[in-house]
Structures are given as structure tokens and as C-alpha cells.
Design a binder for this molecule. Structure first.
Ligand code: NOJ
Length: 542
């Protein structure tokens, strides 16, 4: 069966894009990653073979949610450097042929943003309060929140201020939701888009793109909306705060601006329904939308085959290529997730007291998953450290946890710190070379230095070597824009992508088909493809 995808010669349609989580990538000072650190590692990324980087927020921010709480959208937080450092980074990336995508956080600001501070002072009924969702409470004296909505991070989605009113925050209380009904909010973000486009960014990853519009009637809603997966229950009434049709008008306006600079946008929209997700990539909206169904798929032949086929189908209907992803800064790292008894989206972090992943099995599956992803036509995102096969830190002591999710769930969810551990760069240095002093803002687990690039680059069997080779072959064989045919059998996922045959074996081992030779594989392959292995094959020359 041919899995159609629209042809596109736009760079992003087949690009491999590398996500940088600034505070964990590379520090040039005191153990928190920074922009000069990113700049210093751009040659490494060019060597890896990625087309672009997406940098998570580095703007001025109290760092309550590590930058997803922005207090000045047009400046760099001193923790990460200066605006000049951003300019230097952009210039160096350009020299190396790497495009730079920045993160835009439009659903909420920081509570330290001047708008919110003014709104607090201005009082009920003021135009300043109308930039956010301030409401009187329920109950006799307004002592109860205006609705029963829950924050994604746990606890109520409303916080009361001194004069008795409440404000809405779908995330932490330090992240008040903006009121996108207000034209001033729209104007401000259009201006922010232009500000960064003028500085030469190639586009934006848009945070919580499905959350901007709320039902102004603010009806109660008795359910929880999960990060990454949304809500997997069709019987539940449509949420008054997520994935509302009105959000799309905003993106149509943005698209015009972004197009005028030749830029692109990628939506982070947690909707479990693939068709709803495809609405974000209609021709006049986003170019990309993360395929979280793929990320959340269990590791089995049937689930993956269905997700892959469905992804092509729904996107093809709206004329958009697909955007594959397995990892980001919000989910348990792939080798650990794949080593759990139940694979898929995974839990929200793993405590030392939780059943621990089988890392040997998980790493094997993760490598197979990565080679599968990198063979699929469309774009693919890698999360920093994914090219090193980094696992989740699952033995982090609670005293180190910084994710507001951990605090707001009163320690019942470990949260996302375990996938944000400072990267290892040099196995011979303290802190695995993350910072000049050896300091790291979160402690690295034992043995972290073994994952460092200096060890992996010289090892033909390392994850780094596999990914670098895959990216090179992907380009050479034009896999990102190739035709794909599904030849999957009971035993294995099998695709013909351009001139490459891709086979992923799960529980059973398979013979290498006659007339084909191995070009690249996630495990050593001679005559048979072992379990949990992906193999790229090429016709033998006759
Ligand atoms: C999604 C981001 O990926 C996550 O890290 C953040 O906490 C929330 N949005 C809130 O901005």
C-alpha cells in the first residue's frame, strides 16, 4: 500500500530538527547551560548532520517553569546570556547552514511580566485585567474558584489575588493565561513574531498551541487533559479550554506574517485525535505539528503500523508532511520509556522507588525506534542527548527536583527533571564536561560520562555513530521526501522508502531477505535481523 504524502520542496518538510533545552545543553559558566554554550557546540551539531535547531525558551524569565514563564519576550535572560549572544548564535548557525527555530509561549506569561503586574495593581474591571482571565469567585464571598478547572501541573487552575478576584492559569500559578479575545494580546504577539523574524530566526515552535482560546462562558469541566496525549476518551464533552476551533484564526494571521519572512511554525498541540491535529497544518496555518500519537505509541508492530498509516492519511488530506518525534523535555527519555513493562507515552517521570526500566531492552528498542523514525518521509525531531542514547535519570533524589509538576502534585508525580539532566560532553572532565567548573544544575547519574560524545564518536557501534550515519544516508537517499510503501507482515514492520527497504523486527528474529544487503542497522546484523532491531537494506548489485 502506498502511504501518500504531499510532495514539498520546502526545507522543513523533510528536515531533521534538533531540540536544545538551553539550561541542560552546555554551560560556559556555572553549571546552567547558556547561549554561548549552544554557539560553541554548533559545529558538533553540524557534524551530526541536523538541518535546524529548535531552542526552548531563553527569554527573560523567573524560571519557575524553566523559561516557559516569560517576563520579557524580546530579551534574553541573564542566566543564558544577552541579546548579543543570541545574534552571535544566529550568525554562527547561518555560517554552518543550520536554521534556528525559537520557542514562542503565547498561552501565558510569567506573573512577573509587566502586564500581569499592572493588572494586579489596576484592580477588578480594569482594561489591564482584561489582558488575562480575572474573575470573581463563586461561593457566598467569592471564596471558591470561578470554575472547577484543573491545572495541567496538578491542583486548581485558579489562584486568588489580594482583592479577592481569581486568575486563570492552566499551568503553574506563576503562568497566568492570556486573554486571546483581547486585540492587544494579538497585536503584541504579532510584534514579537516580527521581532525575532527580523533577527533571522527560521521559525517558531509554538507552545500549547491548542490552549489559547477559552469558552468565555467558563463552564465547569470535570476532566483532566494530559500533557502530550490530551484526552483519550471520545465520550467526554469537548473541553472549554483546549483545542477550540477559534484558535485557528490566530494562526492564520500569524502565517501571513511568518510567510512574509519565509519562515515556518511548528505547533505543540496535545490532541489525541489525529484528525483534530491535522487541522493545525492546513495550508494557511502551521507548517508542522508534532506527531504525539507516534511518540505515545506502544512498541509493537500493530500500533506503530496504524499510527504511521493514519499519520500519513490525515496529513495528506490537508496537504501537509508529517512531523515525527519520540522525545522532548516533557517526557521520559526513550531508552527508559521503552524499557518499561508498558511502553508508550510513559509516566510523568520515574522515582527511584518505582519499578526501574530494563535499560538494556529499552536501549535496544530505542535504537530500533530511532532508525525507523529517521527512515520515514517527513520531518523528524531529535531531543538533545537523544543522539547519545541518554536514558532518564531515575535515581534523582526529591530534594533536587525543580519541576513545578512535582510540587503541584505534592510529590505524587516525579515530573520532568529526569529528562533534563545536563548533557555529558567530555568523559574525562568533572561533570562530564558540561561546564568549566564541573558544576551541573541537576546532578548527573553515575556513569553519565560513558555517554559523552568523545567516547561515542570513536565507537562504530554507538548511538551517536548510528544517528550520524542515518542522517547522512537519509540525505543521500532522499528519504525525507521519498515515496513510501507499506509491506508490513505479521512479523515485522516493513516499508519501501525510495530505494531503501526498512524492516523493524519486534519479538521474532527474521532472515535478511534474499537479494538485499544491510546498509545500516540498529544492532549488528549478519544473516538474521534480531528482535527489536531496525535494518535499512539496499538491493544487492546483480
Ligand atoms: C509545554 C512545554 O513543552 C512545557 O515544558 C511547559 O511546561 C508547558 N508547555 C507550559 O508552558
Amino acid at each position: 500500500m502506498i502511504l501518500s504524502q504531499p510532495s514539498s520542496d520546502q526545507w522543513w518538510s523533510s528536515a531533521v530538527i534538533y531540540q536544545i533545552y538551553p539550561r541542560s545543553f552546555k554551560s560556559t559558566t556555572d553549571g546552567v547551560g547558556d547561549l554561548p554554550g549552544i554557539t560553541s557546540k554548533l559545529p558538533y551539531l553540524a557534524g551530526l548532520g541536523v538541518d535546524a535547531v529548535w531552542i526552548s525558551p531563553f527569554y527573560t524569565s523567573p524560571q519557575k517553569d524553566h523559561g516557559y514563564d516569560v517576563s520579557d519576550y524580546r530579551d534574553v535572560d541573564p542566566l543564558f546570556g544577552t541579546l548579543e549572544d543570541a545574534t552571535t548564535l544566529l550568525a554562527r548557525a547561518k555560517e554552518l547552514g543550520i536554521k534556528v527555530i525559537v520557542d514562542l509561549v503565547p498561552n501565558h506569561t510569567s506573573d512577573q511580566h509587566p502586564w500581569f503586574q499592572k493588572a494586579l495593581k489596576a484592580g477588578p474591571g480594569s482594561p489591564e485585567r482584561n489582558l488575562y482571565w480575572f474573575r470573581d469567585g463563586r461561593g457566598e464571598n467569592g471564596e471558591l474558584p470561578p470554575t472547577n478547572w484543573r491545572s495541567v501541573f496538578g491542583g486548581p487552575a485558579w489562584t486568588q489575588v489580594e482583592d479577592g478576584q481569581w486568575y486563570l492559569h492552566l499551568f503553574d500559578s506563576s503562568q497566568p493565561d492570556l486573554n486571546w479575545e483581547n486585540p492587544l494580546v494579538r497585536e503584541e504577539f504579532e510584534s514579537i513574531l516580527r521581532f525575532w523574524l527580523e533577527r533571522g530566526v527560521a521559525g517558531f515552535r509554538v507552545d500549547v498551541a491548542h490552549g489559547l482560546m477559552k469558552d468565555p462562558a467558563l463552564p465547569d469541566w470535570d476532566h483532566d487533559w494530559e500533557m502530550v496525549s490530551g484526552l483519550d476518551d471520545d465520550s467526554v464533552p469537548a473541553p472549554p479550554m483546549w483545542d477550540r476551533d477559534e484558535v485557528h484564526d490566530i494562526y492564520r494571521d500569524w502565517r501571513k506574517i511568518v510567510d512574509s519572512y519565509g519562515g515556518m511554525m511548528c505547533a505543540e498541540a496535545w490532541v489525541h485525535d489525529d484528525e483534530r491535529r491535522s487541522l493545525y497544518v492546513r495550508p494557511d496555518e502551521f507548517q508542522q505539528c508534532f506527531n504525539f500519537s507516534f511518540l505515545a505509541s506502544p512498541w509493537d508492530r500493530a500500533s506503530l503500523q496504524e499510527v504511521i498509516a493514519q499519520s500519513y492519511e490525515v496529513n495528506n488530506r490537508v496537504g501537509a508532511p508529517t512531523t515525527w518525534v519520540f522525545n522532548n523535555h516533557d517526557v521520559v527519555r526513550l531508552p527508559s520509556r521503552m524499557g518499561l513493562p508498558v511502553t508508550g507515552k510513559g509516566p510523568n517521570g520515574i522515582f527511584p522507588t518505582d519499578p526501574q526500566p530494563d535499560l538494556e531492552l529499552g536501549s535496544r528498542r530505542a535504537r530500533a525506534a530511532q532508525l525507523l523514525m529517521l527512515a520515514l518521509p517527513g520531518s523528524a525531531y531529535l531531543y538533545n542527548g537523544e543522539e547519545l542514547g541518554l536514558p532518564e535519570h531515575t535515581s534523582l533524589a526529591d530534594e533536587y527536583r525543580q519541576d513545578p509538576n512535582f510540587r503541584r502534585t505534592e510529590g505524587t508525580e516525579a515530573g520532568r527533571d529526569g529528562c533534563r539532566i545536563p548533557l555529558p560532553w567530555d568523559s574525562t572532565l568533572p561533570g562530564a564536561g558540561f561546564s568549566p567548573t564541573g558544576e551541573t544544575w541537576l546532578p548527573q547519574p553515575d556513569g553519565w560520562e560513558e555517554y559523552a560524545p568523545d567516547r561515542q564518536i570513536v565507537n562504530p557501534d554507538s548511538v551517536h555513530t548510528m544517528i550520524t550515519t542515518a542522517l547522512k544516508l537519509r540525505k543521500e537517499h532522499g528519504l525525507g521526501t521519498a515515496q513510501i510503501k507499506d509491506h508490513t507482515t505479521e512479523d515485522a514492520l516493513e516499508y519501501q522508502v525510495g530505494d531503501i527497504r526498512v524492516i523493524t523486527a519486534f519479538d521474532r528474529e527474521l532472515p535478511v531477505p534474499d537479494g538485499w544487503q544491510v546498509l545500516l542497522s540498529s544492532q549488528p546484523v549478519t544473516d538474521t535481523i534480531g528482535p527489536n532491531t531496525t535494518c535499512w537494506l539496499q538491493k544487492t548489485e546483480s
